[in-house]
Design a protein around this ligand. Structure first.
Ligand SMILES: [Cu+2]
Length: 167
């Protein structure tokens, strides 16, 4: 009984901590609130620059370009969210949507009708083919423990992670 109680407390608090961390990554920002534009170039498998100095509450527009040979993602989240997102990306790869050098957008559209996660439309991330450009506007609010990373299978493990210091 005692064990059960401890287990319950552990589960309760770990899920609470998770929800709390989730909220602290900030929110999708508005174009008219952008205070700074940062250009980011993605290579195989790293970002340039790979660290960002951000003021709490700042709204930043990241203009992202994929200059690599591989498909890459620029995803603003925290470590736990990346861990959760990676199986989705693996599933996209298994289904032939996410290929090493391209994205099958037709297949993506079709499969997204059955499974929303296969559409990869997240406001905190942009997934780009080689030579493609995209952007994200992000309001950092009281964000903490931010990790910007690529969740294309194997890339996170290869170190495709950028740091963001929020002060
Ligand atoms: Cu990548």
């Amino acid at each position: 009984m005692k064990v059960l109680k401890i287990l319950f407390i552990l589960i309760f608090f770990s899920s609470f901590a998770y929800a709390d961390k989730n909220m602290k990554i900030g929110i999708k920002g508005k174009e008219n609130e952008v205070s700074r534009i940062i250009k980011v170039v993605m290579y195989d498998n790293y970002y340039k620059p790979n660290s960002f100095q951000i003021k709490a509450g700042e709204t930043i527009k990241f203009e992202v370009e994929n200059a690599g040979m591989l498909v890459h993602e620029f995803n603003i989240a925290n470590k736990m969210m990346h861990m959760k997102h990676q199986p989705e990306m693996e599933k996209m790869a298994e289904n032939g949507i996410l290929l090493a050098f391209s994205i099958d957008k037709e297949k993506m559209k079709k499969m997204a009708k059955m499974d929303k996660t296969m559409g990869h439309s997240h406001s905190n991330s942009v997934l780009l083919e080689p030579k493609e450009k995209g952007s994200i506007i992000w309001k950092f609010d009281n964000a903490v423990n931010i990790e910007i990373a690529c969740n294309v299978p194997g890339h996170y493990q290869a170190g495709m992670i950028a740091k963001a210091d929020i002060n």
